[in-house]
Ligand binder design. Structure first.
Ligand code: FES
Ligand code: FE2
Length: 371
């Protein structure tokens, strides 16, 4: 039986989170460090929700396949013969071996390296050689090939962004994504061009710390002093059901060239999709993959909007700028992680009602999912 939220956090600590304050408390340190808490998040959040899992441009040709991790489980994204992206559990139906272990083009079929069971790009099992005996085509009594195709995972591709829902029970994708789409009205996302991806590798911080950092504007002036010149007063939070984030409308005299001092929107879809819009035409999307309580893989894809992709020179400039910004954020998130093991983190710290109300809402969503 899985743990309960009360047993993991303690009734008293949970009550402190829920009723402590003002100002409101943050989640206790355990929520960021405990294996059991992480397991419960995988079970109740990452299995049940729409989870951003990969970039469609990385699967440009039929047969392109990419293994990804969702809720700690191996999932396979594949571009099929009709150019549609599909998702499957990345597990052979014979002995449950992880089927594809590196991104590659698999051709027309996906073949398991162990006993050569072979699947179509639609997941159907084509061949299970010698499974029934010496005849390569023999099937044992009671074995129905049609029942042993790859197990499909519900998926949706929204522009360049592939989402999956392992449980199959999340609300329709359009309902889930409506709150962020409302913020992006007027933006023609069909004109999005991928420029470059910044791979930040593994960050020694819990996934929630990366998300919380993304949606609070309080730290920007202090942590990003060299890469931005956005006065705190120009910022505000976005604190809506289904879309948490922050934004900045930069006053004219604070605009500088080659920094991030432009009107911006930092928007999320719970749990882990992070979308940055930098007016008038730049977009950055984070792929955050929780690997362990204190470990998250992160990549950032950078796009421009317009009739054509921006120049390679511009792409290089943006990659350098954003790598620096992420390094600044990650240094902080890793120190947050280190602080969370302290007994002094048990009561969760306190949150600004003005600049961190989006963080509070995010944490309430975590707790609501784990109840
Ligand atoms: S485990 Fe895949 S064919 Fe045997
Ligand atoms: Fe930041």
């Amino acid at each position: 039986m899985s743990s309960t939220l009360q047993s993991l956090l303690g009734t008293e600590t949970l009550a402190t989170f829920e009723t402590g304050g003002p100002p409101a408390r943050g989640l206790p340190g355990t929520a960021y460090t405990s294996d059991a808490f992480f397991a419960l998040e995988n079970e109740r959040i990452f299995t049940a929700s729409w989870v951003f899992a990969g970039f469609a441009h990385e699967l440009s040709r039929p047969g392109d396949a990419a293994p990804v991790t969702v809720a700690g489980q191996p999932v396979l994204l594949v571009r099929d013969a009709n150019r549609r992206v599909r998702a499957f559990h990345n597990v052979c139906r014979h002995r449950c071996l992880k089927l594809v272990d590196a991104a590659r083009n698999v051709g027309r079929t996906i073949r398991c390296p162990y006993h050569s069971w072979t699947y179509g790009l639609d997941g159907a099992l084509h061949v299970a050689p010698y499974f029934g005996g010496r005849d390569p085509r023999a099937a044992p009594h009671g074995f129905d090939r049609e029942q042993h195709g790859l197990v499909p995972v519900r998926s949706e591709t929204w522009h360049d962004w592939i989402f999956v829902n392992l449980s199959g029970t999340a609300p329709p994708f359009d309902d889930f994504s409506a709150p962020i789409r409302r913020h992006l009205e007027g933006l023609d996302l069909t004109r999005v061009h991928h420029l470059v991806t910044v791979d930040m590798g593994e960050v020694a911080a819990n996934w929630k710390l990366l998300m919380e950092n993304f949606i609070e504007p309080y730290h920007v002036q202090f942590v990003h002093a060299t890469t931005t010149e956005q006065p705190l007063a120009d910022h505000y939070t976005v604190n809506e059901p289904g879309c948490l984030g922050c934004a900045v409308d930069v006053s004219g005299d604070a605009t500088r060239k080659n920094t991030l001092s432009v009107d911006s929107r930092y928007l999320t879809l719970f749990p882990s999709f992070a979308f940055g819009l930098y007016m008038p035409d730049q977009i950055g999307v984070h792929l955050n993959v929780p690997l362990a309580p204190g470990l998250t893989m992160q990549r950032r894809a950078i796009y421009n909007l317009g009739p054509e992709p921006a120049s390679p020179r511009r792409a290089g400039q943006l990659a350098r700028l954003w790598r620096q910004v992420h390094l600044e954020d990650h240094a902080i998130c890793e120190r947050l992680q280190q602080g969370r093991v302290s007994d002094a983190a048990a009561t969760g710290g306190v949150l600004s009602p003005v600049w961190e109300n989006s963080v509070r809402s995010f944490q309430e969503m975590v707790v609501d999912h784990l109840r």
